[in-house]
Design a protein around this ligand. Structure first.
Ligand code: G6P
Ligand code: ZN
Length: 555
C-alpha cells in the first residue's frame, strides 16, 4: 500500500476541493463511528473517504462495493462516496439497491466480484436517527475489515489531508436495478440479497432445513429489529426455505431502526425472548443486529450464550454440507469463554485466541489456519466471508436442528455433558466517565505483577497480564488488548474498555468458570459466577471507580 496522492479520474470533470483535517477520525474496533451531526459537517465524510483512497494508492480503473445498513444518512453518504470514488479513478461501482447491504453481504460481494475492497456504512448495533450514530469502514480485497496497520495509516492520512477529489455529477438513482454509465464509469445497482442468499444455499442443506420448517411441531421466529436483515431473512427463510409468512418480525428496515437499539441480546431483543417463551408453537428464535453481522439464538426458555454457540457449531461442523471436509482450526476472541477450545482439543485441531475485533481473524482465514471463529459479543462466522455473519449462524443452527432432530436445549445440554460447561457472563457499565474508567484500568495494570498468588473470595490468582497478541501470520503485535486474570480454580476475569463507544466509556467485565460435575451443569450463570464477580469487584474496585452498584447490561 502506498500513501501517495491520487490522480483525478481522467474521463471526468473532477474538482480538487481544499480541506483541513478534522480531529478524532481514528477508527475504533470496527471503523469510524460518530454522531450523525459530526459526520454531516461539510468535508468530514469526504476527508475520511479520501484518506482511505490515499492509503489504497492507485485506484485507477478499480472496482468498489458500496452499501450500508440503511440507517439515517446512509443515502446521502453513498452519494458523497460515489463522487469521491469516481473522482479518484474507480471505474466500476457496485451498490446495493436503496444503498442497502448487510455487512456479511458486502463481504460476500467483494470476494465474489473481486473488487478493490468495499466501503460499508454502519454503526452496527448502535441506535440510528438524526441524533444518533453513523459509521463507515473500509474492507479490503479479501472482504474483511482493514487490518490495524491499514486503519492506522488511514488515521494518519486524516491528520494531514489538505484536499479531496470529487467528481461533479448529479445524484445517482440508487433504487433502480441495473447498470448506468457515467462518462466511462459503470455504476451497478444490484439486488442486495441474491448473491448472499445463493452463497447460503451452497453451504447449508436447504432441502433438509425446509422439511424441518414445514413440520407441524416446529416453528421459529426471526427478529430483523427494523434493521438490515429483514429483507435477507424474508428471502431466505420465508421464500427459499418456505417458513410460514410472518416468521420474520420487524422485517422492514427503517432509518431509525424503529427507535430501538438493534442489538440482539436479552435486553434489547426482549420482544423476541417473550414471544418464544410464550408461544407454544415456537421451538427456536433468533435475531440479528443493525448491519446483520451479529446473532442471538434462543430455544424455548433457553438462552444460548454466544460462547457456547460457537463451541456447538464447531462440534457439529462436519454434519453441514459446506464443512464436510472438516475444520483446519478455530479461533475466538480473548474475552470469549474457552468452550470452543475444548472441542478443538478433542478434535486435535488448532485453536487461536485473538484480541476483540473481527479484523484479527482475517489473516488466519486467508492462511487457511481457521475455518470457524466467534466472539462473546454475539459474533459467529466462518471463512465463507471475512465478516461475522448473523443469518449464516441462524442457518447453521437450523441445519443442526434439522440434522439432529433435537431441540436447541437438548443440543446444548448434550454438548455440556460431553465437554463440560464454561459458565460465562459479561457485565457492561455504560456511559462511565472516561477518566474514571481509564484510571481503573491503569491502576489494574500497575497491580498485575503483585496479584499473582493472592486469594480473593476463595479464588487464587494463577496468572495476570495485559493481553498482547502477535499475529501468527504477519507477526504484527497488538498491545494492551485487555486485562486478564486467571484463577487456579478454573475461573477467569477479563476487563477492557469498549472500542465501539461514541460517547463516554463502557467498561466491560467478562467472567467465566469451568464446571464438569454432571449435577452442576444447569445453574444460573449469575449464581455459578457469583464468587468470580465478587472477586472482580474486589480487585478492580468497579463500584468505587464507576459509582455504579450494578451493570447496565448483562449478557
Ligand atoms: C464490533 C466488532 C466485534 C467486537 C465488538 C465489540 O461488533 O465487529 O468484533 O467484538 O464490536 O467491541 P467492543 O470494543 O465494544 O467491546
Ligand atoms: Zn454489527
Amino acid at each position: 500500500m502506498s500513501t501517495t496522492s491520487q490522480k483525478p479520474n481522467r474521463n471526468m470533470n473532477v474538482i480538487k476541493v481544499e480541506t483541513k483535517p478534522f480531529e478524532g477520525q481514528k477508527p475504533g474496533t470496527s471503523g469510524l463511528r460518530k454522531k450523525v451531526s459530526e459526520f454531516a459537517q461539510p468535508g468530514y465524510l469526504e476527508n475520511f473517504v479520501q484518506a482511505i483512497f490515499n492509503v489504497l494508492g492507485n485506484c485507477q480503473d478499480k472496482s468498489l462495493v458500496i452499501g450500508g445498513d440503511g440507517r439515517y444518512f446512509n443515502r446521502a453518504a453513498i452519494q458523497t462516496i460515489l463522487r469521491l470514488a469516481i473522482g479518484n479513478g474507480f471505474t466500476r461501482l457496485i451498490v446495493g439497491q436503496g444503498g442497502l447491504l448487510s455487512t456479511p453481504a458486502a463481504s460476500c460481494l467483494i470476494r465474489q466480484y473481486q473488487t478493490f475492497g468495499g466501503i460499508i456504512l454502519s454503526a452496527s448495533h448502535n441506535p440510528a436517527g438524526p441524533d444518533e450514530d453513523f459509521g463507515i469502514k473500509y474492507n479490503g480485497e479479501n472482504g474483511g475489515p482493514a487490518t490495524e496497520a491499514v486503519t492506522n495509516q488511514i488515521f494518519s492520512q486524516t491528520q494531514s489531508l489538505d484536499h479531496y477529489l470529487s467528481a461533479q455529477i448529479d445524484d445517482i438513482d440508487l433504487d433502480t436495478l441495473g447498470k448506468t454509465q457515467v462518462a466511462g464509469v459503470t455504476i451497478e445497482i444490484i439486488d442486495p440479497v441474491a448473491d448472499y442468499a445463493n452463497l447460503m444455499e451452497s453451504i447449508f442443506d436447504f432441502a433438509k432445513i425446509s422439511r424441518l420448517l414445514q413440520r407441524d411441531d416446529f416453528a421459529m421466529c426471526f427478529d430483523g429489529m427494523h434493521a438490515i436483515t429483514g429483507p435477507y431473512a424474508i428471502e431466505i427463510l420465508e421464500r427459499r426455505l418456505g417458513a410460514a409468512a410472518g416468521t420474520v418480525i420487524n422485517g422492514v428496515p427503517s432509518e431509525d431502526f424503529g427507535g430501538h437499539h438493534p442489538d440482539p441480546n436479552l435486553v434489547h431483543a426482549k420482544e423476541l425472548v417473550e414471544k418464544v417463551n410464550a408461544d407454544p408453537a415456537l421451538v427456536f428464535a433468533a435475531a440479528s443486529d443493525g448491519d446483520g453481522d451479529r446473532n442471538m439464538v434462543l430455544g424455548k426458555n433457553f438462552y444460548i450464550n454466544p460462547c457456547d454457540s460457537l463451541a456447538v457449531l464447531a462440534a457439529y461442523a462436519e454434519k453441514i454440507p459446506g464443512y464436510q471436509q472438516g475444520l483446519s482450526g478455530v479461533a475466538r476472541s480473548m474475552p470469549t469463554s474457552p468452550a470452543v477450545d475444548r472441542v478443538a482439543t478433542v478434535r486435535g485441531i488448532e485453536c487461536f485466541e485473538t484480541p476483540t475485533g473481527w479484523k484479527f481473524f482475517g489473516n488466519l482465514m486467508d492462511a487457511g489456519r481457521i475455518v470457524l471463529c466467534g466472539e462473546e459479543s454475539f459474533g459467529t462466522g466462518s471463512d465463507h466471508v471475512r465478516e461475522k455473519d448473523g443469518l449464516w449462524a441462524v442457518l447453521f443452527w437450523l441445519n443442526i436442528l434439522a440434522e439432529s432432530g433435537k431441540t436447541p436445549q437438548q443440543v446444548v445440554t448434550e454438548h455440556w455433558q460431553r465437554y463440560g460447561r464454561d459458565y460465562f457472563t459479561r457485565h457492561d457499565f455504560e456511559g462511565v466517565d472516561s477518566e474514571s474508567a481509564s484510571n481503573l484500568v491503569s491502576r489494574l495494570r500497575q497491580m498485575l505483577p503483585q496479584l499473582i498468588g493472592q486469594t480473593y473470595v476463595g479464588l487464587t490468582v494463577a496468572s495476570a497480564d495485559d493481553f498482547a497478541y502477535t499475529d501468527p501470520i504477519d507477526q504484527s503485535v497488538s498491545q494492551s488488548q485487555g486485562i486478564r486474570i486467571q484463577f487456579a480454580e478454573g475461573a477467569r476475569i477479563v476487563l477492557r474498555l469498549s472500542g465501539t463507544e461514541t460517547s463516554g466509556a463502557t467498561l466491560r467485565l467478562y467472567c467465566d468458570r469451568f464446571e464438569d460435575a454432571p449435577d452442576r451443569l444447569q445453574m444460573d450463570p449469575q449464581q455459578a459466577l457469583a464468587e468470580v464477580l465478587q472477586a472482580a469487584d474486589q480487585i478492580a474496585q468497579i463500584q468505587q471507580f464507576t459509582g455504579r452498584s450494578a451493570p447496565d447490561v448483562i449478557t
